[in-house]
Design a binder for this molecule. Sequence first.
Ligand SMILES: [Zn+2]
Length: 189
Amino acid sequence: MNSSRLSAPADQISGGGSVNNCLETPTLTPLIPALVAANIQVERIQTVGSAKIPQIIYKTAKGRCSTLLSKQQFLKIWQCWLQIRHPKIEKIESWEIKTSGLQFTTNQGKFWLSFSEAKAFLSRYNRVAMEPLSVKINGSDAVVWNSVHQSLSQVNESGCSCADSLYRNTICKHQIAVQFCREHYSKVS
Ligand SMILES: [Zn+2]
């Protein structure tokens, strides 16, 4: 990573308010396994067989394909979603795929997720797994630097400063990256 790009000039550091300043010592999102090693657009989420193995059907630049996910990986993904949407909930106890979305039973009751949001989330989750972002966490706030798009996003408890979060009200990849980091570093420390 080009760290010089992320450090603020000395005159801005004393100001304390610069966003660059917050990125002086960024951390990359921890490496997590991608669902598919390509940019995907998830079209369908379902289970196969009596064992109810999760399966996603997705589109890439090369065409349509499908892959099976382990139940453990599937649960981990929705655990991440839940921790962004409802941070006070600790654990998904079980999940079920209904006709119009996913239903989670947690330690604090049932939560619902529509297929459209679930599919968008999976596609972005996969992108964050493939393209690590630089994250700097400061309490409940965080800044995320995307070196590919040269963009900076600010994430806090109410969402993110990017268009996906502000105007589309969906969970963006910046929020996912921050969640990966929070989870990873809480385990490390
Ligand atoms: Zn964002």
